[in-house]
Design a protein around this ligand. Structure first.
Ligand code: ASP
Ligand code: MG
Length: 403
């Protein structure tokens, strides 16, 4: 097999840990696999470099920042190659440029445009372990770029796609994806497998283990992703396409998002085009809308409620104010002590009663549901924030996710 192994900042956090990574990589190589390793900078290193730049300037040129920040990953790549060579393996480190990673020129948050895997292929053919510095690429003009914070996951997935690797393992300090946050439900279980779409729903709902962009890219390139820990031999969680998951659980996980606020618009003029005007203006202001509820109107006006991330509340208020001034909205109110709990699972597509069970679980705890939205694989409920943990625990029990 051809396996891409990506090690994050904590996994390469000091010299001893880099040696541990070398041991793990060498084990995979000895099992007869071809290995490409993608590394992050040692933990704290990228922030340290940013601090150096800020010593001179509040607003350093982004292209110079990229030149600076990309060095962190190169240090780790070179050290790992040196350690592997010392152990008797033949390893070669590569910068983003050498690995053929071409990006656009949006410095500090560049997008990968294409990968020319020739150099990686050649080294693999010679039996070498290839160690690539993550988080970076190069523009078609040859300037170094970086992919945005946390971007080395993206490097690994893109490289796995370009090499048509059998597996892309992302090593972090958590052992995989859990049915819910184990800090809320200690008996939460690690999932063996989960589909890309379920993972995307769980991640965007707050269960942040993997960068969403990386999961989206893995889905697009059809890369089998595994998240696991570099500190033990414990198996991780495979993130793959739905067809590869034989037994589809009704509910795979429960996500909690406390970072939501609810906006209520009262007395909204009930005329064609009003929703379009309001939500277009909100979109232009960069406000990220999630759930929307419009009530049946009477007397020529209606009420509209929607949720936004707490951080967007300020910008949303400013937009709503313009409609109040123009008389299109009579009144508004805001509530940021709400949260959103969601159940996610591909099995919902083909079963009835899944949502009803969630509502019953809330009813049994006397928790009032103020908004509901559903998609093919998700049911989300807005409730009072003070019941967040209770709701997650009772849903976890209701769907027997610890079994
Ligand atoms: N070193 C970069 C960062 O800290 C990239 C990464 O770790 O994925 O954001
Ligand atoms: Mg990271």
């Amino acid at each position: 097999m051809l396996i891409v192994q990506k090690f994050g900042g904590t996994s390469v956090g000091d010299l001893e840990r880099i040696q541990n990574v070398a041991n793990r990589v060498s084990k995979t190589k000895k099992e007869g696999h071809d290995v490409v390793v993608v590394v992050s900078a040692m933990s704290g290193e990228t922030n340290k470099l940013i601090g150096y730049a800020e010593h001179y300037s509040k607003n350093p040129a982004r292209a110079e920042l990229d030149m600076l920040l990309s060095s962190g990953e190169r240090v780790t790549a070179a050290l790992l190659a040196i350690a592997l060579n010392e152990m008797g393996f033949s390893a070669v480190s590569m910068s983003g440029r050498k690995a053929g990673i071409v990006t656009d020129s949006l410095h500090t948050k560049a997008r990968i445009e294409e990968i020319d895997p020739t150099a990686m292929h050649e080294s693999l053919k010679e039996g070498k372990i290839v160690v690539v510095a993550g988080f970076q690429g190069v523009t078609s003009e040859g300037r170094v770029t970086t992919l945005g914070r946390g971007g080395s996951d993206l490097s690994a997935v893109a490289i796995a796609g370009a090499l048509k690797a059998d597996l892309c393992e992302i090593y972090t300090d958590v052992s995989g994806i859990f049915t819910t946050d184990p800090r809320i439900v200690p008996k939460a279980k690690k999932l063996d497998k989960i589909s890309y779409d379920e993972m995307l729903e769980l991640a965007s709902l707050g269960a942040k283990v993997l960068q969403n962009r990386s999961v989206e890219l893995a889905k697009k390139l059809n890369v089998n992703l595994v998240t696991r820990t570099s500190f033990t031999d414990e198996e991780g969680t495979l993130i793959t396409k739905e067809e590869n998951i034989m037994e589809k659980p009704l509910v795979s996980g429960i996500a909690l998002d406390k970072n939501q606020a609810r906006i209520s618009l009262m007395g909204v003029k009930d005329r064609p085009g009003i929703a379009s005007e309001i939500f277009n203006k909100l979109a232009k202001a960069g406000v990220n809308i999630d759930m929307i509820i419009q009530n049946v109107g009477h007397d020529g006006s209606t009420n509209i409620d929607f949720t936004v991330p707490v951080g967007d509340l300020h910008d949303a208020k400013a937009v709503v104010d313009t409609f109040i001034q123009s008389g299109d909205i009579k009144d508004d109110s805001y509530n940021d002590s709400i949260c959103k709990v969601s159940i996610v699972g591909v099995g919902m597509k083909s079963h009835t009663g899944v949502a009803a069970k969630a509502f019953t679980a809330m009813a049994n705890e006397n928790i009032n549901i103020s908004m509901i939205s559903t998609s093919e694989i998700k049911v989300s409920m807005v409730i009072d924030e003070k019941y967040a943990e209770l709701a997650v625990r009772s849903l976890h029990d209701a769907y027997e996710l610890d079994k």
